[in-house]
Design a protein around this ligand. Sequence first.
Ligand SMILES: O=C(O)CCC(=O)C(=O)O
Ligand SMILES: [Fe+2]
Length: 486
Amino acid sequence: DVGEVCHGDSQDASCSVDSNQEVFTVQEPVKQKQFICKDLHENCQEWSKISFNNDEPDACRVNSAYMTQHCAMACDACDQFYLGFRLSEMVEGGLSITPFCQDENFDCRQLAAQGECENNPLYMNMFCEASCGICSEESNRFGVKQSMHKGDSAKEQLVRDQLNKSIDYMHGVKRERKYKKVRHHCLNKNPDCTLWAAGGQCDKNERYMKSMCAPACLSCDYLGDTSEDCPGLPERMPLWKPGDLNVFFETIVDNANGNGEYYRQFNPKALSRPKTKSDGSDAGVENDGAWLVLLDNFITDEEAERFIEIGHGQGFERSRKAVDSGEERVTVGRTSSNTWCHDSCMRDPLVARVLERIANTTNSTIRHSEHLQLLRYETGQFYLGHDDFIPYQLDLPCGARIMTIFLYLNDVEDGGGTRFTELDITVQPKRGTALLWPNVINEDPMESETRTFHEALPVIKGVKYGVNSWIQNEDFQTPWKNKCLG
Ligand SMILES: O=C(O)CCC(=O)C(=O)O
Ligand SMILES: [Fe+2]
């Protein structure tokens, strides 16, 4: 229902192009498809001029989920329409969508509040199932989304009560060391696990239920060894205490306390920052915002090329998104591919140089860095709105992902920017540039920062290469080597 797809060799008259359409040609290695952006309803032009909140026409924005997919021309939203086209194409092509309950769209909560779940179930059930309440977002934490049996209030109540019990139980499983070996495969594997458990099936049908529905049956220990060993754990040494974040960024950008000389070479520029400095003085900016800092010439052309070369050598694979169970899943919201920079990659002399620079720049050590993630986006690929904070890491020895330093490995012909939805800032990829932002708040480095929500916009022309470097608040590499991160 997202639009027509015309194949390059199509003779079909309905695929002819009129002046009220925009045609994109999507280059793919083996086939070439034409994608037509057009209004699907005759009233689109009229609707787009409707105003809800003030005198300005705002129907395209207020009702964006529907309008961008059905009235793309009238709303000047061919980009979003294109995205929907790619998604539907992937789903039709057999892409399995995440079995987790989650919103794929940054606006879901707002759209749901506006009644879009009822008005546009087709779009909303696919992209906003958590906000529409058709599954439980909390059950994400441990396996496939649990069916809430909406519309059957007796069943819904049973599920809700049992789910609350398993949420409490699973909090303990995430925290307590003895569950280290089982916590990541303690998962509900059927949407009805919670309902069955509420109906007494964990006892009646013990073998099946305790392995297929362990969270619902409160039985993670059934899955394996729950002894407490995790040798060689590093001493806890958090990089940031409350208040350190602002001082760190002020050092980079303002040369606070004269400690920022090192950063001059990167010509640091704050695209966004808090209005007030840590010493109480005024930072001289109009908008109060989270830190977003651009560093020029952070890596050399040679280093950028090397990352791309290593990526191709190892092979890029479809990206996954970390979910709260500690697993990583393919989702419709992240369509790039990537590969990880593990041991041999880390030992590459050019990479080692960059790792050291990242450690110096973030005032940390190489051990605080997660393995670099090398990314590749082909035309049309993207990563919808998200934050880089992973809540379950708080319970692990590595602590929170306190900041991200994103490296751009090439210039992109068109599209592919990193957009910070809340700050209303888009950074266009430029080879060698690094972008630095916090994923936690200054007052509490264990608390996620929602103002640095961001998305990777679809690449419209060309290919985009980048590197994710995530800095943890504690040593990541030692517990990773000791297999203490689950
Ligand atoms: O590709 C980008 O611009 C950002 C990627 C990103 O946000 C991520 O991988 O977490
Ligand atoms: Fe990200």
